[in-house]
Design a protein around this ligand. Structure first.
Ligand code: NDP
Ligand code: MG
Length: 381
């Protein structure tokens, strides 16, 4: 067994911590070389010590002193240091577990360096998939999905990539699946953060409550699997047992089932093309009972259709939609915006944007910055 040498960008978050748990259980197969985070120097330093990492970096300038004081290994700060760790010579596989558009540059650098990239950060493909996917083809970088739905589809496509009729993304429906539409005006951040099935970072948890997350995942699937938007369906499946499915031209459906535990798709990205034993609970089919499937309520959750329409418009529009959503979610969490206003705000900013077709990475980043500023301005009003 060859030891895979890995870097984790975003090691202190929900995905990062679960990824380190996978490493902890597979010391003969995985070796942590580098870890990076935003500002949580204390946790980052203790992770670096536990896993004997050679490199640790924080994005936030203010966190650096503490990191340097707590670490014996190489330390660095800022975007340059973080992207340096994403493209290190002595690393085979890079997990991008940063939340939001902050993941774009680290993903880009890892792909440019030809690394195998375990990609949890969906926003980098949403905003810059048209740049990152062709780059991956040219550098030979393999992108392995970590998002549970995309890992499920990727697994269903092993050995059979042709003859796909449609991809089906499942969605739990979030905490407000059964909430009346009239009550959505009054839901609090605390209620929205209570996801029924998954324990995740704040941003993705709010995205799951608005169904924006599923819209981002449609765009992610479009890029990862090179399928058109009308070949991607979304189905609500509250039990979160079927993680997604592939429908083939003959009408056969292959689905991926398992308990909802992110360590499973994280580990698959680490073990690919092999499968390892895992510490996750096993799915007990004999106790499972029924599985429900039904269509999403677009009236109640307009963010899903809005995101897909941004994907269909293409160019800089998905980056603008994504950036406006990040600011709107942040404002909702700060109590400055109502729950339904998140989507209203995203739609408004999209309406103000003049799309640039076939943009470069710098044009995408400029569109992202413009959308953030436009969204902040609108919220202040
Ligand atoms: P969290 O908010 O829990 O963690 C984000 C991580 O990124 C933290 O380690 C944070 O550091 C770090 N970070 C933030 N900004 C930067 C930066 N500029 N440079 C380097 N590191 C940075 O997010 P999640 O783990 O929930 O999500 C991560 C990604 O995975 C998202 O794109 C999400 O959509 C996706 N995903 C997550 C799932 C989940 O179950 N959580 C499921 C499927 C996909 P610090 O702690 O210092 O702030
Ligand atoms: Mg997902």
């Amino acid at each position: 067994m060859i030891l895979k040498r890995i870097a984790i960008i975003g090691s202190t978050g929900s995905i990062g911590v679960q990824a380190l748990d996978v490493v902890r259980r597979n010391p003969d197969k995985l070796k942590v070389v580098a870890l990076a985070a935003g500002s949580n120097a204390k946790l980052l330093a203790s992770q670096a010590a536990e896993f004997d990492a050679g490199y640790a970096a924080v994005f936030d300038e203010k966190a650096y002193q503490e990191l340097a004081a707590r670490c014996d290994c190489w330390t660095g700060v800022g975007l340059e240091a973080v992207t340096f760790l994403a493209s290190l010579e002595e690393v085979d596989l890079v997990l991008i577990a940063v939340s939001g558009a902050a993941g774009i540059y680290p993903t880009y650098k890892a792909v440019a360096a030809g690394k195998t990239v375990a990609l949890a950060n969906k926003e980098s493909l949403v905003a810059a998939g048209d740049v990152i996917m062709p780059l991956a083809r040219s550098t030979g970088s393999m992108i392995l999905p970590v998002d549970s739905e995309h890992s499920a589809i990727f697994q269903c496509l092993q050995g059979e990539k042709k003859s796909v009729f449609r991809l089906w993304l499942t969605a739990s429906g979030g905490p407000f699946r059964e909430t009346d539409i009239t009550e959505l005006d009054f839901v609090t951040p605390e209620q929205a953060l209570r996801h029924p099935k998954w324990n995740m970072g704040k941003k993705i948890t709010i995205d799951s409550a608005t169904l924006m997350n599923k819209g981002l995942e449609v765009i992610e699937a479009h890029h990862l699997f090179a399928v058109s938007y009308d070949q991607i369906g979304v189905v609500i499946h509250p039990q979160s047992i079927v993680h997604s499915l592939v429908e083939f031209v003959d009408g056969s459906l292959l689905g991926h089932l398992g308990v909802p535990d992110m360590r499973m798709p994280i580990q698959y990205a680490f073990s690919y093309p092999d499968r390892w034993e895992s510490a996750c609970d096993r799915l007990n089919l004999l106790q499972l009972g029924k599985l429900d499937f039904y269509p999403p309520d677009h009236k109640k959750f307009p963010a899903l259709g809005l995101a897909v329409s941004a994907g269909q418009q293409g160019g800089t529009m998905p980056a603008v939609m994504n950036a406006a959503n990040e600011i709107a979610v942040e404002s909702f969490l700060e109590g400055k915006l109502g729950f339904k206003e998140i989507t209203v705000m995203v739609e408004k900013i999209m309406g103000q944007h003049r799309v640039i077709d076939s943009p470069s990475l710098s044009e995408i980043m400029a569109a992202d910055s413009w959308a953030r500023e436009a969204c902040r301005r609108n919220i202040r009003k």
